[in-house]
Design a protein around this ligand. Structure first.
Ligand code: AMP
Ligand code: ZN
Length: 439
């Protein structure tokens, strides 16, 4: 490792003594609780219902008394119900898929954008990035936080940023080569596709590319995929985690020791809870990851249930950082899938299908990975009437479903119409998803 790879963006915050950190968190938590109690009717009601006043929260140890927040709350309060400041103070909106047709949105004040930028800057620095780097950002730009998040972070550390957004793999590779990009930011599956295409194009990454690190996240992956990407592109591949509700990418990121993602605990407090009893679990135990924002002004959230399964490790890392590290995400407590970087809930598909006459409420979503690319097939059970139609009619019916799914999810799916009663029925919870991907 070169010397600059040991750099820490904000040593004061990232290497703070834990006792001092907990004190700081407590202070910020108290301010946040007061802010939401005074400005967000949903939180005021929930705290009143539990008989808690902001003064009752004395520090991090009292976190467990606060109410949880979940995705449906963001949907129910859409678009502005959870905003804790006047719209006048909001400078940005970002969003993500909700469980039904509408996205969930969060608002940022300039201070919130700065905090998010700081977290992403720490992440880029963890990967060894700095002013000498040329950072190619191939996450999507838009409501999705990936593109702008890494863009802002890499700009903050003084790197030269190439805002490619995702797609057009050959062009991405031509730019990697021509510009001499040293860092790549995208989803791990896209990194894999870029790596495989580089090899198909006969490019030797050691000789013809200058890449040395990549920051990959927004979807689950594994050490096996890491090894493959590292080999294909001759880089260090690091895991970065984030979610729109907390700001975006950079909530946590791995350092070059690759032993868990450092959580930016001066801005968010992580907890692990038992998803059934909702009781907090000690460090080291696997459970659902829950976050509270403690510096956010626009849409501060208390105890937000991510539904991501994870484990926390508070030991100091060899890199010198003292903040808690989270393991790779080990799964979900709900049925959310991430397909080509897009969050998909089977309920969204159900909503679309239910709006089309001739379709029964039975479908099966089959997800697979062909090479590095996720594929999605929806087997849709249709009525006798539809199934008896001519081939041409069936084709145009499939096309209609394809278009509706594409516009609701932003993803193309292969639609397969199947005869009545051919999709298995369940007495308990229906299993509508068959995920064949081996990550
Ligand atoms: P979004 O708000 O659309 O960016 O989606 C956030 C969700 O993406 C998280 O709750 C996780 O389920 C998933 N996610 C983000 N980063 C990672 C990562 N590094 N590993 C696994 N899942 C991730
Ligand atoms: Zn470290």
């Amino acid at each position: 490792m070169r010397e600059r790879e040991y750099k820490i963006w904000n040593p004061e915050m990232e290497c703070m003594d834990r006792e001092q950190l907990v004190k700081l968190q407590g202070q910020r938590l108290k301010e946040t609780v007061k802010r939401v109690y005074d400005n967000v009717p949903m939180y005021r009601k929930r705290m009143d219902d539990k008989g808690i006043k902001p003064e009752d929260i004395r520090g991090v140890e009292d976190l467990k008394y606060l109410p949880f927040t979940d995705k449906p709350d963001l949907r129910d309060q859409f678009p502005y119900g959870l905003f804790a400041v006047p719209k006048h103070d909001i400078v940005r909106i970002q969003g993500s898929s909700g469980t039904t047709g509408m996205p969930i949105v969060t608002g940022y004040t300039q201070h919130d954008v700065d905090v998010w930028t700081e977290m992403a800057a720490r992440s880029v620095t963890m990967a060894g990035g700095g002013p000498d780097d040329i950072v190619q950002v191939c996450y999507g730009y838009g409501l999705f936080t990936g593109g702008l998040g890494l863009h802002q972070g890499a700009t903050q550390v003084g790197a030269m940023v190439i805002p490619m957004s995702s797609g057009n793999t050959q062009r991405q590779i031509n730019m990697l080569k021509a510009m001499g990009s040293t860092m790549l930011c995208c989803t791990p599956s896209y990194a894999l596709l870029i790596g495989e295409t580089v090899r198909e194009m006969g490019i030797d990454p050691k000789k013809e590319l200058k890449l040395r690190a990549g920051v990959f996240g927004a979807e689950p992956w594994s050490d096996k995929i890491r090894a493959r990407i590292e080999e294909l592109l001759n880089i260090d591949a690091l895991d970065i985690y984030g979610l729109t509700e907390m700001a975006g990418p950079g909530v946590s990121c791995e350092c070059l020791y690759k032993c868990g993602m450092h959580v930016n605990e001066d801005h968010v407090i992580p907890e692990i809870i038992d998803p059934d009893t909702l009781e907090p679990l000690p460090y080291g135990e696997k459970g659902e990851l829950v976050f509270s924002t403690i510096t956010k002004e626009g849409t501060p959230l208390l105890r937000y249930r991510t539904h991501d399964l994870c484990r926390l490790n508070p030991e100091k890392c060899q890199c010198g950082r003292t903040n808690v590290r989270m393991d790779r995400i080990m799964g979900r407590t709900d049925d959310m899938l991430i397909i080509r970087g897009v969050n998909v809930f089977p309920s969204q598909i159900e909503t679309v299908l239910m709006g089309i006459p001739g379709v029964t409420p039975h479908f099966l979503l089959v997800v697979d990975r062909v090479g590095p690319t996720d594929t999605m097939e929806i087997q849709v059970e249709v009525t006798d009437e539809i199934f008896g139609d001519t081939v041409a009619d069936l084709q145009s019916f499939s096309k209609l479903i394809y278009e509706r799914i594409k516009s609701a999810l932003g993803l193309s799916a292969n639609i397969k119409l199947v005869p009545p009663k051919s999709i298995p029925r369940f007495e308990g919870k229906a299993r509508r998803v068959q995920d064949n991907r081996k990550l």
